[in-house]
Design a protein around this ligand. Structure first.
Ligand code: GRF
Length: 190
């Protein structure tokens, strides 16, 4: 049966596009994107998803408590019969309610070699610590911040003269390879 994934974004959505491409070219087989959800009405990725004929939905926080917001998202994900949820630049921490509703079925991509440099500005953290290498990680989401079990990683060098921008771009290119590979792996074995 065709697996249905949901992708949650807050911004640019380049990882979402990488996943859509991978579904189209068969890197992630027998899978469709049920919908893309954004908490931000002006997320750039929404327009791109629209253009590709992918269903989109904005579920803004609207001053609500985190769990209230998450309850609305979870009810949509259930109605859409989603098998797997991919966070792709989704800038909100999930409530335990959300995590428990889809136990071991939520993935995230993070721009560092976790467990190093969790949280915001991971690329800046790597530079400030003088790391010689960094990379990206796809992991299961649990109730810790970027601390769930690791599924796959890719490494890049940190080069002399790197800025946050140059390092981020080098890591992002690897994210676009890693995320589809990790999703394919999880769907194959799940
Ligand atoms: C990526 O660097 C991802 O690792 C992090 O947020 C960024 C999202 O970029 N979680 P995009 O929206 O997928 O282009």
């Amino acid at each position: 049966m065709t697996k249905r994934i949901a992708i949650l974004i807050s911004g640019r959505g380049s990882n979402m596009i990488a996943l859509a491409d991978a579904i189209q070219n068969g890197t992630i087989p027998n899978t469709e994107i049920a919908l893309v959800i954004s908490d931000q009405p002006d997320a750039k990725g929404l327009a791109v998803a629209d253009q590709r004929g992918i269903k989109t939905l904005v579920i803004p926080r609207r001053g609500r408590k985190r769990e209230e917001h998450d309850r609305e998202i979870v009810s949509v994900l259930r109605a859409e019969r989603v098998d797997l949820i991919c966070l792709a630049g989704y800038m909100r921490v999930l409530s335990p309610y959300f995590v428990d509703a889809f136990k071991n079925r939520i993935l995230n991509i993070h721009p560092s070699l976790l467990p190093l440099f969790p949280g915001l500005d991971a690329q800046r953290q790597a530079l400030e610590h003088g790391a010689e290498k960094s990379g990206c990680t796809v992991h299961y989401v649990d109730n810790t911040l970027d601390g769930g079990p690791i599924i796959a990683q890719r490494t890049v060098p940190v080069l002399p003269g790197d800025t946050v921008e140059t390092l981020s771009a080098r890591i992002l290119a690897q994210e676009h390879i890693l995320y589809p590979e990790a999703v394919a792996l999880v769907l194959k074995h799940g």
